[in-house]
Design a protein around this ligand. Structure first.
Ligand code: ZN
Length: 126
């Protein structure tokens, strides 16, 4: 299962019930190369955990929230309320959002957003 945007490998994640409004689906596919997130049919593939996308992402609901936020980071103007809510959810769940973004900047080959620029902006509103 490869990414329709960049052709990278994708990881299937189950979305916690209270985050499904943001995901648009019970199950999403996250690209390991560009971090785009797309809703997919449940049962399309065996769900994995957030650390399967990148080892710097913590497993658990917080990691899923973090990745859903990353999927929205292509347009901060359009998705800001969702991004803030998702990153806050991740922080409450124990994810260090800023540190995790910093690690992704080194390990994800081709993020669909400018990681260092987004880190500055995220730092302002978290
Ligand atoms: Zn991709």
């Amino acid at each position: 299962m490869s990414c329709p945007d960049c052709g990278g490998d994708r990881v299937t994640l189950r979305v916690p019930a209270d985050l499904r409004d943001h995901a648009g689906s019970e199950t999403v596919a996250v690209c390991r190369d560009c971090l785009r997130v797309q809703p997919i049919d449940a049962g399309a593939a065996e769900p994995a955990t957030p650390s399967a996308v990148d080892e710097s992402i913590p497993d658990g609901d917080g990691g899923v929230a973090f990745l859903l936020a990353c999927g929205n980071l292509g347009s901060l103007a359009l998705h800001r309320p969702a991004i803030v809510e998702l990153f806050e959810y991740a922080e409450v769940a124990g994810v260090d959002v800023y540190l995790t973004l910093d690690r992704l900047a080194d390990t994800v080959p081709n993020p669909h957003f400018d990681v260092s620029r987004r880190m500055e902006q995220v730092d302002e509103f978290l």
